[in-house]
Design a protein around this ligand. Structure first.
Ligand SMILES: Nc1ncnc2c1ncn2[C@@H]1O[C@H](COP(=O)(O)OP(=O)(O)OP(=O)(O)O)[C@@H](O)[C@H]1O
Length: 649
């Protein structure tokens, strides 16, 4: 098999030989020909960068808190990666490994570790968020070297350039954006040198791919999908090599094929030369003949990286349009203007949720804007529906807008509408914006922190004057709308950093309600479980399903970063997996539906490697537990736990 390590003799872990090679390099500058190629090249690079051999702690590039707040890319990446990292940790089956995520430069963004002993040791080496594990910061190491090599890298013991990491072994796999192959970050597993055999390349490779794909999926759906649905046009995404990587139903009906290269008729299309927003005439071959069409091009630019272009096919005036007319988009359907939930839909008996409910009841009868703050999945949208449904406007429309999916250029026209001819591609008679659609009812502006800054001043004016002026128009139109906003972000901080207008913040947050996380109200878990289980059992045609006490314990011990949404998903899957009436811990998948996960066989194999390592250490120490624990670099208590686990005592 052609693995990235095919040139690597695993017996290289013979430390003596490794150390000799390292010393020859350090003292005499001699590169042993037996050194693996990536290590050799990396040592040469480190030398030219002047990295010190004696380094024993990586430089700190950023404070821990800064890392999580620095950019939305990091936040999104961490949110996507964290459950996958936890899954890797569990599948790895030992508490002797640290799993890390770093960005495309080797800056550590997230570290997961289950063992306090180990945590203490890695912290000592600055193996924590904000530390710089690039080659220039920490010499040859799997993270930094994978950033350069752009393929999986394993570094064991004295293959590390700096003496400080000679006790350690690490395996890192790059995370790529799947459309363009752009390097987004690196996933790594690190443990003491003795445990290197437990590092499972297929598992880490699967996890890194999964992170890349999930990031891509989120980006597509968040940045484009909502917009494209609402525009009701054929739309497709092209990578830099003209391959169609995604197409909506209208585009497919017009002959665009996902996965195929766009058959351009006349030379390189303007859309690849012009990376800016714009509308270009483009000719390409679709079905029976050549088609000339207007393409509106929006760069696919995420996290500061240029990844490709989104193309919207516009009807040409007078000429043949390739766009097939389709029914009104789902978002415009009146069905979506009604509320789906009431106050009774809000489940919970703990004081924190009862207080939030009490405030929501009070706010329902007032006209002032309501601001809902809370982590993702805590029920902000549910509360918004319930506030509308309990107030005097309940028979009026309820219109939801996710500000995170608004395209900056189109945000104002989406919210406030536009007049005929306001911009190229505008509908003949203009369009009413969401505010006018919500007249006499409620508008729910979700993810308000994402509202483009230039739209914030327009919104402030609408709130103050209760009138909207559509884009391209001059005549103000009176609107009578109740505004509810929500965000999972710290809006205070957004104001301080200048991303959100202070005056708008004050205007929106007169009646603010904080929704508690599920962690703060874990006593509600049994009640929520009971309700959701009944719901899912009914949906899946089952009589009754309940949780075993052990399964319930797993749920109450979990920290629920995804809050109630996560709990619902976990229970839905548990009902699906469980064939009988009792859900056991094995039916509870807290890491999510990672169906491509490595098989049980792999887990068994790793367990047997662990067992043999423990046995070997005990044999070599003549049964001396303290000595065996030292050899493995673990504490005596951990050693006893492992001996018990493997029936060795
Ligand atoms: N108190 C609750 N009782 C019953 N169901 C709830 C409760 N809170 C949330 N849910 C359910 O959890 C899921 C997530 O809720 P919702 O979409 O309202 O969260 P959110 O805070 O708006 O999330 P996000 O910030 O990610 O948009 C929904 O299915 C909702 O019905």
């Amino acid at each position: 098999m052609n693995t990235p390590f095919s040139d690597h003799q695993l017996s290289i872990v013979q430390t003596g030989e490794q150390v000799n090679r390292w010393e020859a390099w350090v003292k005499d500058g001699i590169l042993d020909p037996k050194l693996r190629k990536p290590i050799k090249s990396s040592w040469e690079r480190c030398k030219s960068m002047g990295v010190a051999f004696s380094t024993d702690a990586a430089p700190i590039r950023m404070k821990r808190a800064e890392v999580q707040h620095i950019s939305s890319f990091y936040r999104e990446m961490i949110e996507v990666a964290l459950p996958i990292m936890r899954y890797v940790q569990r599948e790895h089956g030992s508490d002797q490994a640290v799993v890390t995520l770093s960005d495309h430069t080797g800056l550590l963004l997230q570290v997961t570790v289950d063992n306090d002993d180990l945590l203490k040791h890695v912290k000592h080496r600055h193996f924590f968020e904000g530390a710089d594990w690039s080659e220039s910061g920490a010499g040859t190491n799997a993270v930094g070297t994978a950033v350069i090599e752009k393929h999986p890298v394993r570094v064991i013991g004295a293959e590390h350039y700096c003496a400080g990491w000679h006790e350690w072994a690490c395996l890192a796999v790059p995370i790529f954006e799947p459309l363009t192959g752009t390097l987004l970050g690196v996933l790594d597993i690190t443990s003491r040198r003795q445990w290197y055999e437990t590092h499972n390349l297929p598992l880490i490779q699967w996890a890194a791919n999964r992170i890349g794909q999930d990031l891509h999926k989120n980006a597509i759906s968040d940045a484009f999908f909502g917009l494209v649905q609402e525009l009701d046009k054929p739309a497709f995404l092209l990578n830099r090599h003209l391959y169609v990587t995604w197409a909506n139903a209208q585009a497919m009906a017009a002959g665009i094929r996902s996965g195929e290269q766009l058959p351009v008729v006349d030379g390189p299309p303007a859309l690849l030369t012009g990376q800016d927003h714009g509308t270009y005439v483009q000719e390409f071959r679709l079905g029976e003949g050549d088609v000339r069409t207007l393409l509106k091009v929006i760069p696919y630019r995420l996290w500061g990286l240029d990844l490709g272009v989104l193309c919207l096919m516009m009807p040409t005036s007078g000429g043949k349009s390739t766009a097939k007319s389709s029914s009104k988009s789902k978002a415009m359907s009146p069905v979506d203007w009604t509320t789906h939930y009431t106050m009774d839909s809000i489940i919970g008996r703990t004081p924190v949720i009862l207080e939030a409910k009490r405030l929501a009841h009070k706010a329902a009868n007032l006209l002032a804007p309501v601001f809902l703050a809370g982590e993702s999945g805590t029920g902000k949208e549910l509360f918004a529906h319930a506030i509308h449904a309990s107030g005097p406007r309940r028979s009026g429309p309820f219109v939801t807008v996710n500000c995170g999916t608004l395209q900056r250029e189109l945000a104002a026209s989406e919210l406030f509408g536009y007049e005929e001819g306001a911009f190229t591609g505008a509908k003949k008679h203009g369009q009413r914006g969401k505010f006018l659609l919500a007249d006499k009812g409620t508008i729910f502006l979700d993810e308000i922190a994402e509202l483009p800054i230039d739209c914030q001043s327009l919104l402030l004016r609408v709130l103050e004057e209760r009138r909207v002026v559509p884009v391209g128009g001059t005549r103000p139109i009176h609107v009578d709308v109740r505004v509810i906003t929500a965000t999972h972000k710290n809006l205070d901080q957004e104001v301080q950093s200048g991303r959100f207008r202070k005056d708008l913040f004050y205007r929106l947050s007169a009646l603010w309600i904080r929704l508690p996380s599920l962690r703060e109200r874990s006593e509600d878990i049994p009640l929520l479980v009971d309700t959701f289980l009944r719901q899912f059992a009914k949906e899946m045609g089952r009589t009754s399903v309940r949780l075993s006490p052990e399964a319930m314990q797993r749920l109450t011990e979990h920290s629920w970063p995804g809050n109630i949404r996560e709990l619902k998903n976990v229970l839905q899957r548990a009902v699906f997996l469980c064939d009988g009436n009792v859900i056991e811990p094995r039916h509870i998948c807290l890491a999510g539906p990672f169906e491509n996960a490595p098989s049980v066989d792999t887990a068994k194999k790793r367990r047997s490697i662990h067992r043999s390592l423990v046995e070997q250490a005990l044999r070599e120490s003549g049964g001396n537990v303290t000595e065996a624990a030292q050899t493995l670099g673990i504490s005596r208590a951990t050693m006893y736990r492992k001996m018990k686990l493997f029936n060795l005592i």
